[in-house]
Write a protein that binds this ligand. Structure first.
Ligand code: ACM
Length: 286
């Protein structure tokens, strides 16, 4: 696929009622990491983020390493400790310079384990880590299952909850983040199954009344006899399920939209129904 200066940047027009509420710019990077080229991938993500201005950026799952591992030694060599590792530290420096928050998917080494993780960093430094709970396909060969709770962090303008890729298949993940107060659910991804997440994340947004940001990657990896095609179509969805922006299937780009986070605080659907207050937990088997 095309590489290089293919940078689409979308910023929604200024809202005429801006004075009446606090808006926020949220964005994602859709990119094609080159397997194993950590410094190059980090630099490229920074170049893309530098093309726009966002309060919160979301980068794809495993954005610095690439996805298709072939041996445990390879995963161990590319994984980094969090927050001491050089990629997390570089993201913190970028967040300080740009006065923004960043969520990014990373391979994390911790003691003798490696996790498929995501970090949240900001101008004040490292804020949170999440280790992917629902490992997908051959990820189970390389990573330990997540052992950290789904995190929700107040970044000032809004409360941000983190899940990773295949977690979208389990509505409990987004529901748990919502019950913990998330107003924006960020979703670093390396999606290989066509269409599903673009649908499920709309459902997750509607049923929980939250914004969702899916930052997917593009391109393919053929490091084994099984070629993986990553599906792009990163998207941002509003609490009423509107797709505020969706990217192409194959282009690298940074995209930013302006939102009103307060739209995720009112869970009511009408004077009689509320997404959270109406839950009948005594009838659920979970
Ligand atoms: C996935 O969880 N990377 C499909």
């Amino acid at each position: 696929m095309a590489r290089g200066p293919l940078i689409g940047l979308l910023i929604s027009p200024p809202c005429p009622f801006k004075l009446s509420f606090i808006t926020m710019h949220i964005g994602y990077v859709q990119m094609e990491p080159i397997f194993g080229e950590v410094e190059r991938n980090l630099h490229y993500a920074e170049v893309l983020m530098g093309k726009g201005k966002a309060d919160l950026w979301v980068l794809p799952e495993l954005f610095a390493t690439g996805y298709q591992f072939t041996a445990q030694e390879e995963v161990a060599a590319l994984a980094e400790p969090i927050p001491k590792g050089s990629t997390t530290q570089a993201l913190i420096s970028f967040a300080r310079k740009q006065l923004c928050h960043i969520v990014a998917g990373l391979a994390e080494s911790h003691e003798s384990n490696v996790y498929n993780s995501a970090v949240l960093v900001g101008p004040s430094g490292f804020l949170a880590r999440y280790r992917k709970v629902h490992l997908f396909s051959e990820e189970k060969r390389w990573f330990s299952p997540g052992d950290t709770p789904f995190p929700v962090v107040d970044v000032g303008e809004a409360k941000v909850g983190i899940m990773i890729c295949f977690d979208h298949f389990f509505p409990e993940a987004a529901r748990t983040l919502t019950l913990r107060g998330a107003e924006i659910i960020v979703h670093p991804a390396n999606l290989v199954m066509p269409v599903y997440a673009q649908l499920t994340m709309r459902a997750r947004a509607i049923e929980n009344g939250v914004f969702t940001v899916t930052a997917n990657r593009v391109g393919s990896e053929a490091r084994t006899d099984k070629t993986l095609h990553f599906t792009g179509e990163s998207q941002i969805v509003s609490p009423s399920g509107d797709v505020l922006v969706r990217s192409s299937k194959d282009k690298e780009e940074a995209t930013v939209v302006e939102i009103d986070p307060a739209a995720a605080r009112d869970k009511s659907l009408n004077p009689y129904n509320d997404r959270l207050a109406d839950r009948r937990v005594d009838f659920y088997d979970i």
